[in-house]
Design a protein around this ligand. Structure first.
Ligand code: EPZ
Length: 428
């Protein structure tokens, strides 16, 4: 397995290109199942999760060609050969559940393995199933699979009231509703930019959607959708992650393609911590306003609140802030696994349930640490950038799920970072 070795202390200067959003691409790709015409996605990120979704769609009979070094995905599901998403793929990536709604809407039948939990929580899919049942689907949960059937006339429009905000359930219901008979209203829908991006792509395909980005989305079902070409929206989580690099270790970095509108709550917290963010046509330029950052409080929430996917990363920043910071994780039940690893680097963090108290220290010290999930792994790299000495982050396969060539992007702005095989010393 690979590991990443970071020598801390370098200030960062330069530009980092931000890729298309993993969490947009993972819901845009299953949209190919809604039409037998070609769907082309540009600005696609090159990530292992994208390759897993490609394999899943391939197992259903869809064709996915990665063109231009993976930046363009040409998808076609003209002839499906299966409606079964096997456990061996679904267990590798929970977003596989997003083929359920499209398969039901297209052919009225789907057999999708229930995704297991993951490191950050139980991750149930009951809201996905509730929405589809409201639209007439008959669901039978057995042997670890959802066996789903639409009524003979197909799914029908319905009012779906989500008791809590769910990104994936909103996406599954939104895609299914585009081909349902009649009008669907999704209430308390997720408002993330990835949902807005999906709605824009579906509209390009001929869907009739209103209200995305607000709490209620209304969809008029149509008989069929056509192919389209759609650019994947910028990845706001990759953006926020790299904005924290100069914040943590000094210098000035411009994140190309970044826009404040993707991360308003996050940028407000950075400002409160003493980090200056400047927007220009090229992107977002980030630098500390003065020496040490100030302690702040952070509470995660559904968009437009502070993103849970940036909680681990901002905790790394606050480990060396002046003062005591309080973080509250309200979305997932177990998303502080980076805390004990940061503590190995000298961080002072107390975790009680969904709350963490971080008492800033002058400097962290490099240490061997273990990545546990996608966002925790990158927070350890951020901490390593500012730490004294060498940090070795193991199990970086978590990282490759959501970040393209993280060591190359950071080395290009002056970080002393490299990827080696586990057990090999640094070469540089
Ligand atoms: C999406 O996951 C993202 N993944 C996650 O990013 C992100 O953290 C999450 O949204 C929240 O923003 C993708 O888009 C592929 P949810 P999702 O349904 O859709 C509970 C990353 O690092 N819930 O909004 O699975 C659930 O347990 C990943 O890129 C139910 O109870 O998240 C959680 O507590 C991690 N029943 C809360 O809702 C359901 O049926 C929010 O989950 C569905 C969810």
């Amino acid at each position: 397995m690979d590991q990443i070795i970071v020598q801390g202390g370098a200030e960062l200067r330069g530009e980092i290109p931000i890729a298309g959003a993993k969490n947009a691409c993972l819901t845009l790709m299953p949209a190919t199942l809604l039409t037998d015409e070609p769907l082309t996605l540009t600005n696609a990120p090159r990530l292992s999760d994208i390759r897993t979704m490609t394999a899943l769609l391939g197992s259903l009979g869809a064709e996915v060609a990665a063109l231009q070094d993976g930046r363009v995905l040409a998808l076609s599901s003209h002839d499906l050969t299966s409606h079964r998403a096997d456990y061996d793929i679904v267990r590798r990536m929970r977003a596989s559940i997003l083929v359920l709604g499209p398969l039901l809407a297209r052919d009225g039948v789907a057999e999708v393995s229930l995704p297991g939990g993951c490191a950050i929580g139980a991750r149930p899919v009951d809201l996905h199933l509730m929405a589809l049942e409201r639209m007439g689907a008959e669901l039978d949960l057995r042997d670890g699979y959802v066996h789903a059937r639409a009524p003979s006339g197909g799914l029908r429009g319905a009012v779906v009231e989500f008791p809590l905000v769910s990104v994936g359930a909103t996406e599954n219901a939104l895609m299914a509703a585009t081909l349902a008979r009649g009008t669907t209203e999704l209430r308390n829908a997720a408002r993330e930019p990835e949902i807005v991006d999906l709605a824009r792509c579906l509209r390009r395909m001929g869907a009739r959607i209103e209200g995305e980005g607000g709490g209620t989305i209304t969809i008029e079902g149509v008989d069929r959708l056509r192919g389209a070409t759609h650019p994947v929206v910028t990845d706001r989580i990759e953006l926020g992650t790299y904005m924290l690099a100069p914040a943590i270790c000094g210098g000035e970095v411009t994140c190309l393609g970044g826009r404040i509108e993707l991360l308003e709550a996050f940028c407000e917290r950075l400002d409160a911590a003493g980090i200056h963010v400047e927007e220009s046509p090229r992107g977002l330029t980030v630098a500390r306003r003065n020496g040490r950052v100030s302690a702040i409080d952070v509470t995660t929430a559904p968009f437009p609140g502070f993103p849970t996917d940036l909680q681990a990363q901002i905790m790394a920043l606050l480990c060396t802030a002046e003062g005591v910071s309080h973080l509250e994780e309200t979305i997932f039940e177990n998303r502080f696994m980076h805390a004990p690893e940061l503590a190995r680097m000298g961080a002072r963090i107390e975790v009680h349930g969904g709350r963490a108290t971080v008492t800033g220290v002058e400097r962290l010290r490099g240490a061997p640490v273990m990545a546990t999930d996608l966002r925790a792994s990158v927070s350890l790299i951020l901490a390593g950038l500012a730490a004294e000495g060498e940090t070795i982050v193991r199990r970086v396969y978590h990282l490759d799920r959501g970040y393209e060539h993280v060591e190359e992007k950071l080395a290009a702005v002056g970080a002393r970072i490299e990827r080696t095989r586990e057990g090999e010393a640094a070469h540089g």
